[in-house]
Design a protein around this ligand. Sequence first.
Ligand code: DP6
Length: 325
Amino acid sequence: MKIIARAHTNIALIKYWGKADSSLKIPLMSSISMTLDAFYTETEFTHNVDLANDMVIMNGKAVNDQASYRIINYVKKLQDIYGFNDHFCIKTENHVPTAAGLASSASGFAALATSFAASYNLNLNRQELSRIARLGSGSATRSIFGGFVEWQKGYDDQTSFAFPINEHPQMDLTMLAVELDVSQKDISSTCGMKIAQTSPFYQTWLNRNKQEISEMESAIKNNNFTRLGELSELSANEMHSLNLTAMQSFSYFQPTTITIMNLVRNLRKNGIECYYTIDAGPNVKILCQDKSVEDICKAIHNTLDSVKIIKSKFGPGVQIINCDD
Ligand code: DP6
């Protein structure tokens, strides 16, 4: 029987940027995200004592690199937890274009956790799926759910998981992913957040987390786009300030990143309401409402004429899409 899980990726509005426990990926702060409809991963996990080796096939090609070791080690960790040790094969198709500048690890590990659990008939509920997705990549914890999602930091493996704030939000909210640079980043998220913890402002940022989460929850509940945008931009600015002020200072920004940040601020001054957020890379994501999409795309193309812009709205939680052979 074929078991394929589909998970959508997400963009953090209140950022996760630092761990209390690296091996269990317990974060130092809670985070809130929006699951995106335009980007997803589909994964089929099969296991069998007759397989000679563990295998990872990505977008139709067998892979044997750093990324596949991370995936294989993750599955072995899950097998240890649940008491299995047979060989396995993972077939995964990524529908997260590099152009979007969005990490595929969130959707990738959420889909893998779900297909693993289904394949071994573990009967896990979504909270448990969220917990085991976390062991693959922190941001995957949130991709189990659709709409607006919160990952409560918790304090151990049992208490750190995500839950939906609203899986079917009515908010008029679009995310525009602006492609500025698609080359592989030098500093991975895992590495970057470790370095950021040496910033003298790190504790201050942690101290603010509770309030930022509760303000974002209110903005979502009250359908308040303006407040949601302001808080998202602030959280991104805080995260990137930590990188700049770390002992070993670094930045994910390229000159064009700053161009788009300025453009967003100028658009706002001119009455076109939009806000930016940026993850561990140079690409900028713009949060806006339907009525402004055209004006924003025009303004971007007037400044940087050839950049690709990918539009996304709310996506669903993880699903098993096909159980037939
Ligand atoms: C900036 O989830 O990729 O996107 O847990 O080490 O795998 P690991 O890191 P990852 O970090 C994501 C960081 C971020 C913010 C966020 O998604 O909350």
